[in-house]
Ligand binder design. Structure first.
Ligand code: GRG
Length: 287
């Protein structure tokens, strides 16, 4: 994963305008958040999904960078005072703390736009021409998925949510982008419809497990370990799996979802070893 993350970092560096490109402030702010040391889980999933479908890393790399740009944009905006209001992310002060709210909003906007510029540089494949890639990205980042999750999250603040309502948020806020990451990887390998469906089932379940584990880590790890404010969910009385069903049951739910993710990889035979390894890592991760 370290090696793949390094390759992703190098590609992102090539795709982004330099920190000196005018106006320098915005390009520095984009790079500040993008190169702050994120785990690169989504782009690594894109590369691993491409491999499972017999694709080439170089073909998948632009799409891997697309999902990381969208992810980083969502984190910058999520941390803003009007959203989650957080001071600390990826082990550093958040974008608005360093650059002010105006530039932080624009850095998020610019990274979202940058994602489409990079998608335009992807090759395009017989089953997945650029129009399919754009639809895939807009379906995920738009008001029915990523933003829907954030809206439900905002509107759920201070309320007692049911498990079903919490799942609705997790499906959109977190699982949608992880599922998109693997689907784009499959597309870069010109995958079959059957493979795309298997990747979708995998991404959906691994994405839900990812958020349940994230909620568990919020109550079990330190700020230093997480690189973001630990205990934030409890402090803000946020609806989470540990808050609603307790830690033990949350761990069981994460394990069950991970098992479903593994099961979805069956059609790939022995070719999805990278995806399997990441799945194992995600279940056991500590940050
Ligand atoms: C459009 C205003 C606006 C916001 C979109 C969807 C969204 C905002 C924000 C969601 C941000 C968020 C906290 C999502 C939950 C997913 C999650 C646990 C993210 C952290 O992912 P990691 O652990 O982070 O992969 P790193 O820093 O390692 O990349």
């Amino acid at each position: 994963m370290k090696k793949q993350a390094e390759l992703v970092n190098r590609a992102l560096d090539r795709f982004l305008p330099t920190a000196r490109a005018r106006p320098a402030t915005i390009h520095q702010a984009m790079r500040y958040s993008l190169f702050a040391g994120g785990k690169r889980i989504r782009p690594i999933l894109t590369l691993a999904a491409a491999e499972a479908c017999g694709g080439r890393p170089n073909d998948a790399m632009p799409l891997a960078c697309v999902v990381e740009c969208i992810h980083t944009y969502s984190l910058i905006h999520d941390d803003l005072p009007a959203m989650d209001n957080d001071d600390f992310r990826r082990g550093r002060p958040t974008s608005h703390k360093v650059y002010g709210e105006g530039i932080a909003i624009l850095a998020g906007d610019a990274l979202l736009t940058q994602a489409f510029e990079i998608a335009a540089q992807a090759k395009g494949w017989p089953r997945y021409p650029h129009i399919s890639l754009i639809r895939e990205i807009t379906d995920t980042a738009g008001s029915l998925k990523l933003i829907a999750g954030q809206v439900a999250d905002l509107e759920g603040e201070g309320k007692n949510l049911s498990v079903a309502q919490l799942r609705y948020i997790h499906e959109r806020k977190t699982s949608a982008l992880l599922a998109c990451s693997v689907r784009l990887g499959g597309m870069s390998a010109n995958c079959t419809t059957r493979q795309l469906k298997a990747l979708n089932d995998y991404g959906y379940n691994v994405g839900l497990a990812f958020q349940v584990i994230d909620d568990i880590l919020d109550v079990t790890q330190t700020t230093a370990k997480l690189g973001k404010t630990a205990g934030k969910d409890q402090a803000t009385a946020k609806a989470t799996y540990p808050a609603i069903v307790g830690l033990e049951k949350s761990r069981k739910i994460a394990k069950k979802l991970t098992d479903k993710a593994f099961a979805a990889l069956k059609p790939f035979g022995g070719k999805a070893t990278a995806l399997e390894a990441i799945t194992e890592y995600l279940l056991k991760r500590s940050n």
